[in-house]
Design a protein around this ligand. Structure first.
Ligand SMILES: [Zn+2]
Length: 272
């Protein structure tokens, strides 16, 4: 019964392998003081929020560009496979053409013999051969006709795909141009923020950074470090006990939200 209520209390899906809780014992270690570390974490979170806003400006465009690029790749692969198929059909046409050449040569040979026949039996036999060769030639011609029709159909199919490619390439170029426009308009700002991010990251030890990144990735609002909001956690809005509020306000204690696992900070502490 009590076990069940415990399980139900775990609401926010946070990866438990490396959390701020598992780091808390070692949090005061390293070159930074606890309050400095908290300030760096908060600054890192603020920087990531700003980077997030820039990324959000791009909306669905990066995904759309990727989708169109994938479609184009698949359309081009389709054309390549149809071309290969046509190549096979053309080889068959050539084989039948050669068949006709061979049939004609044989026909001429028999036809010459026809003038030199000794009896009517031989005459009938040669005529039978000539007749058969005539059928054989017709079959080759029929096959060539059918193959050429199939080749024409396949070429039409390529044309239809090519039209689709032209349209999608125009879409792609428009989307890319739009995206590049947005990216370049925020490039300087983004560069500055990424530099800032690198600076803050370098000040933190690997485990803290890994916990920060993991929690940020696992929660919907991408906040791993939050401030207090009306005596509640700014991440999950669960109430914070008065003693913990005092600890947070001091700015030199690691306080982790018991409900969501986010770090709670006082942004104003030591910010002089
Ligand atoms: Zn919380």
């Amino acid at each position: 019964m009590s076990d069940k209520s415990k399980i139900n209390r775990v609401e926010t899906p946070i990866d438990q392998r490396e959390t701020f809780v598992s780091l808390s014992k070692n949090f005061s270690e390293g070159s930074l003081s606890v309050s400095e570390k908290l300030q760096v974490l908060y600054a890192l979170q603020q920087t990531d929020n700003e980077i997030g806003k820039i990324i959000n400006l791009r909306g669905a465009l990066p995904q759309e560009v990727e989708t169109v690029e994938e479609e184009l790749t698949s359309l081009k692969a389709k054309i390549a496979s149809i071309r290969e198929f046509i190549g096979g059909l053309e080889a068959e046409v050539e084989a039948h053409k050669q068949g006709i050449v061979d049939v004609d040569a044989e026909y001429n040979r028999y036809h010459e013999q026809l003038g030199k026949v000794a009896n009517s039996r031989e005459f009938d036999s040669i005529n039978k051969e000539l007749e058969n060769l005539g059928y054989e030639r017709q079959i080759h011609e029929k096959n060539i006709g059918e193959l050429r029709m199939l080749i024409a159909e396949k070429k039409d199919a390529i044309e239809i795909i090519n039209d689709r490619i032209t349209i999608r390439e125009e879409d792609l170029n428009a989307k890319k141009a739009e995206l590049e426009n947005i990216v370049s308009s925020t490039a300087d700002e983004e560069k500055a923020l990424l530099d800032k991010r690198a600076k803050y990251s370098s000040q933190l030890d690997e485990r803290t950074l890994s916990a920060y990144d993991r929690i940020r990735a696992s929660v919907h609002n991408h906040l791993a470090v939050v401030s207090v909001y009306e005596n509640s956690c700014g991440g999950c809005f669960n109430a914070i006990t008065p003693q913990r509020l005092v600890d947070i306000a001091s700015g030199n204690k690691l306080v982790i939200c018991e409900n969501c696992g986010r770090i709670l900070v006082n942004p104003l502490a030591n910010a002089e």
